[in-house]
Structures are given as structure tokens and as C-alpha cells.
Design a protein around this ligand. Structure first.
Ligand SMILES: [Zn+2]
Length: 567
């Protein structure tokens, strides 16, 4: 090896690395590593190669479709550099064989993952085995690489993760202001008309005015029957459905004068002559075309519904379902003077698609290797994280990463957390699945209070009756009690203080993480939890990070331009 790395060649050659993920970033990363002189590498990936991967995962060819990503990536790298030694595992990083002992054999772990759960799991194994982790992600033109070093740099769980992006019901039903609000409304409408009815997805106007109730009663009655019922009673007549959605419902909204004091009023749509010519994929539709698409899709989906035994489920790849949403979202956008969107745009926004971009993956993979070399050779504790952006003159921006959060329940020695919990309504099953597994990302938890076992990871025979029990039915569960939670697969033990959710609580969820400034600790409860503050200097990082930390399904309704697609 020549060049600036030549003096370090033997050190690089000997270093044992683990690359978790052999896909978008993984392919680039493995190729860069072997070409930089790393020869001792293991890689894990559960996936097989799909034809859609071939435009950016350059180690794979058409003949590899259906084969293991990890195994094909290994072969392709070995073809590039003959003396490298790659061990490829076609499997899930959650498997018990990839435990703390397995992770401890590597000098560095490099993440090239595409989902939150796996990132959180690998983070924990690296913390437990005291192995330095380089975490990475891309979302369209945005990318990020950051080191995670126990005790030195914040871990993946140090900062709270963004939760599912939702929009207030009143914005969707009454006062949309952005195209995405209309698209969400149109998807809800699809479910209301053809799918599983969901009360949380009601699309009809909501009365937001208390005054003048008596005069309104009659009108209210008209809209109170569900949209589904109304449409069924009218046999899905497209003309009548159009009149209801884009005329009478709008008139009803206009009757709530307070809503429009500081907003532009919506306008009722009048039927115009249909235009049945083809709508181009990227064409912004006219009213005539929208009316044609609307009527056509309503009739076709009605037939689908009649011939299907199950409720229909909206799917962006179903041409009729997409046409219906394109039509309804744009018609609603016209009502509210919101810019119209082409089929292409609607599909991206509704389907949460952010294109994975080969060049961003390549930049991030290059930065991972630079960071790995920096950490290995310089033995420096001056850690840096790096963001790739598409704004401004500087596309690659280094930052000083935060120190570990002193209250992190993953990377600090004292692992404690406090939750306010609805004892009357939270079952043991939900306590396990929603709180411990989903919220806290434990994989195989055991939970007990004193000697009472609440959840046993080894217990395969699920006792439904026991699981359905609410927390209040257990004598050992009371305000201030401490649950000991273990997960051997992640080598983590956590003490969770449970506080009873007060009747006066203003949130609807069954549980909520408690921070010290939100509540007074009860007697005998030594709650050390404080809220996480971000320093103003790190604004850019956190904006980008927040995009990166959510997985696709967590941000169902976020516009494509903002939604993360980690690859
Ligand atoms: Zn942490």
C-alpha cells in the first residue's frame, strides 16, 4: 500500500471489523474497506437481493437477485481484493448467536442499517461489550455518520426518538393548509368508504363552535351519520358523493364562521365537464380530469370492494387506490386553495417514499471509513460526527458530538427510568409489548417486582388470561414501585419506577416517560430523570438526526421531502 496510510497498513490489516448490514451503505462500505486495506471483516445481513436494489447497490448484479446480500457482497469484495478475509452471515442481528461475546471480539462495529430497532439493539450490544460503534444513515440527499463510544460520546438511546408524525384531527377535517393534509384526508376517506372504518380517521367536518348550538342541531344531524353509511345509502353514486364531499360538507364548514376569521375561506366546488384524456404521471391535474378520475375510481373500487371478502386496504401500488387519492386530495386542495400535486408527488407523499440516492450512500460510506481510520490510528478522543446535507455551500459538516446523557438508561452505569402508567387500563401484555419492547426496545425482556415475576422471557406458553390482567390487579404494583427488567440478549438491566397516572392527566396515552421537571417524585422514590436539553450550537445536528432516527413506518404521513428512508 502506498500513500499516507502506508505506515499504518499492517495495523489496518489486522483490525477486526464488523459491518452490520450489506445493503445500500453496506455495499459501498465493504468495497471501501477492502480497498483501504482492511482485510479482516465480518458482515451480517438478513436480506436477499431485490431487483430494485441494483440501481445503487453496486456489488450486486441481475444474476444475484434472490441471493443473500451478505454472501454476494463478500464474494464481490473478495473478487476486488484477493487477500481479504470476509465472513458473511446471512441472518438477523437479533439472533442470540450475535451476543455480547460475539461483539466483544471486534475492535470496531460499523452500522449500515435501515431500521430503528436494529440500530437500538446493536447500540446496546456495543455498550455492553464496550466496543466502539460508528453509526450511519442516509435519507435522500441527507446523511450522517457518528461515533458512539461508551462513556465518551452519546449513545443511540441518549436522546429521545421522534415518534410517529401525526396531524391534529381538526387540521385534517376542517382546516388543511398543506398538500399533505389533503393527502392524509384522502387516504382516510378511502378507508372510510372502502376499508376498515376507523373513528380516529373521520373525514367529515367537525363542529368546532359551541355557540348557536340549537340552530346548528339540524345541520349537525345531517353530517352525524358516518360518511360510509351515507355513501352506502346512496349506492356510491359518484356524482352524489362528489356533491357531499366537495359541496355540502364545505358549506357546513363555511357555516362555522369563527373558523374563517383569520383564515382564507374554502370554496365550494362546482361540477364541470369531465375530461377523460390521460393524466400524465407528473402532470398537475385540471378540475375536469380530476372529476373524471374521481368518478371512475369510485366506481371501480366499489366493484373491488363488492368482490372482496375483506375490507380493502389502501396501497400506493394499486392503480385505482392511488387514482382515488390523487383525485380526492387535489379536489380538496382546490377547495382550500392549496397547491395541487401530480400523481408522482401524491404517490411519494402518500407512500412515504424518499428515494435512496447512491451518491449519498457513497459519501456516507466514505466518511465511515475515514472515521474508522481516525479512531483506530489516531487513538484520539476528539470525536467528531459528520452530517451530509444538500443545503448551502458546505455539503459535509463536522460537529462535536454530545457527551452521554447522564440519565440514559442504556449507556450509564446506573440504569433507571420512571414512567407514569395507567394502572387501570394497561394490561401486562401491553406493558410488555408497548412499553418494554416497543418504547424501550428490549428484545427478550424479563420483568419482576421483588420475587413476583411479571414477564418471563423463557416462557413460551402464553397464558392469555394472565396477560390480559391489568396492572392494578397486582398487589405488588403501586405508585412508586420499582420493576426490575432484564434482557440477556442485550446484557441490560433496568430499574423502572412506576407512578400511577393521575385522573387529571392531560394526555391520552396509557403511559408516559416522566422527567424530573414534570413531576414531583413521590416519597421514597429516588427519581433522577431529567429532560434532555439540546445545546443551541448543535441545532443542525439535531434537525438532521431527528430525520434519521425514525424508521419508515413511524412517519407514515410525513411528506416525502422530510421523511427519512434509511438505507
Ligand atoms: Zn446513552
Amino acid at each position: 500500500m502506498n500513500g499516507p496510510l502506508s505506515t499504518h497498513a499492517s495495523s489496518i490489516k489486522q483490525t477486526k471489523l464488523l459491518v452490520v448490514g450489506s445493503g445500500g451503505i453496506g455495499c459501498e462500505l465493504l468495497k471501501n474497506l477492502v480497498l483501504s486495506g482492511f482485510t479482516n471483516i465480518e458482515t451480517i445481513d438478513l436480506d436477499t437481493i431485490d431487483v430494485s436494489n441494483l440501481n445503487r447497490q453496486f456489488l450486486f448484479q441481475k444474476k444475484h437477485v434472490g441471493m443473500s446480500k451478505a454472501l454476494v457482497a463478500k464474494e464481490a469484495c473478495e473478487a476486488l481484493v484477493s487477500d481479504c478475509n470476509i465472513t458473511a452471515h446471512h441472518g438477523s442481528v437479533f439472533e442470540n448467536r450475535f451476543n455480547k461475546t460475539y461483539f466483544a471480539q471486534f475492535e470496531l462495529v460499523l452500522n449500515a442499517l435501515d431500521n430503528l430497532a436494529a440500530r437500538r439493539h446493536v447500540n446496546r450490544l456495543c455498550i455492553a461489550s464496550n466496543t466502539t460503534l460508528i453509526e450511519s444513515g442516509t435519507a435522500g440527499y441527507l446523511g450522517q455518520v457518528h461515533p458512539i463510544v461508551r462513556g465518551e460520546v452519546e449513545c443511540y438511546d441518549c436522546q429521545p426518538k421522534p415518534t410517529r408524525k401525526t396531524y391534529p384531527a381538526c387540521t385534517i377535517r376542517n382546516t388543511p393548509t398543506e398538500p399533505v393534509h389533503c393527502i392524509v384526508w384522502a387516504k382516510y376517506l378511502y378507508n372510510q368508504l372502502f376499508g376498515e372504518e376507523d373513528a380516529d380517521q373521520d373525514v367529515s367536518p367537525e363542529n368546532q363552535e359551541d355557540e348557536d348550538k340549537e340552530n346548528r342541531a339540524e345541520t349537525d344531524e345531517k353530517v352525524k351519520i358516518s360518511t360510509r353509511q351515507w355513501v352506502e345509502e346512496n349506492n356510491y353514486d359518484p356524482k352524489l358523493v362528489f356533491e357531499k364531499l366537495f359541496k355540502s360538507d364545505v358549506e357546513y364548514l363555511l357555516s362555522m364562521e369563527n373558523l374563517w376569521k383569520n383564515r382564507r375561506k374554502p370554496q365550494v366546488l362546482e361540477q364541470v365537464e369531465k375530461d377523460s384524456s390521460t393524466l400524465g404521471l407528473r402532470e398537475v391535474p385540471s378540475l375536469g380530469k380530476l372529476i373524471h378520475i374521481f368518478e371512475d375510481s369510485v366506481q371501480k373500487i366499489k366493484k373491488q370492494k363488492e368482490s372482496s371478502e375483506q375490507a380493502l386496504v389502501w396501497d400506493k401500488d394499486d392503480a385505482e387506490a392511488l387514482a382515488f387519492v390523487v383525485a380526492c386530495a387535489n379536489l380538496r386542495a382546490m377547495v382550500f386553495n392549496i397547491p395541487l400535486k401530480s400523481t408522482w408527488d401524491v404517490k411519494s407523499i402518500a407512500g412515504n417514499i424518499i428515494p435512496a440516492i447512491a451518491s449519498t450512500n457513497a459519501m456516507v460510506a466514505g466518511l465511515i471509513v475515514l472515521k474508522a481510520i481516525n479512531i483506530l490510528l489516531r487513538k484520539s478522543k476528539a470525536y467528531r460526527e459528520t452530517n451530509v446535507t444538500n443545503v448551502g455551500p458546505r455539503r459535509v459538516i463536522p460537529n462535536i458530538p454530545d457527551k452521554p446523557n447522564k440519565n440514559c438508561y442504556v449507556c450509564r452505569d446506573k440504569k433507571e427510568i420512571t414512567f407514569e402508567v395507567d394502572f387501570s387500563n394497561l394490561s401486562i401484555k401491553d406493558f410488555k409489548e408497548l412499553l418494554i419492547q416497543k418504547e424501550l426496545a428490549f428484545q427478550q425482556p424479563d420483568a419482576q417486582i421483588g420475587s413476583v415475576i411479571l414477564i418471563d422471557a423463557e416462557d413460551d406458553e402464553l397464558d392469555e388470561k394472565f396477560l390480559a390482567k391489568k396492572l392494578k390487579e397486582f398487589d405488588c404494583i403501586h405508585h412508586g414501585c420499582i420493576v426490575q427488567i432484564n434482557d440477556f440478549s442485550q446484557d441490560i438491566e433496568l430499574h423502572m419506577t412506576l407512578l400511577e397516572k393521575p385522573d387529571t392527566a392531560e394526555y391520552e396515552d396509557l403511559f408516559k416517560k416522566v422527567t424530573a421537571d414534570e413531576t414531583e417524585s413521590p416519597t421514597k422514590v429516588d427519581s433522577q430523570i431529567t429532560s434532555v436539553q439540546s445545546s443551541p450550537t448543535k441545532k443542525i445536528v439535531h434537525q438532521t438526526e431527528s430525520l434519521f432516527l425514525a424508521k419508515s413506518s413511524d412517519v407514515e404521513e410525513e411528506p416525502a421531502s422530510k421523511r427519512p428512508k434509511l438505507d
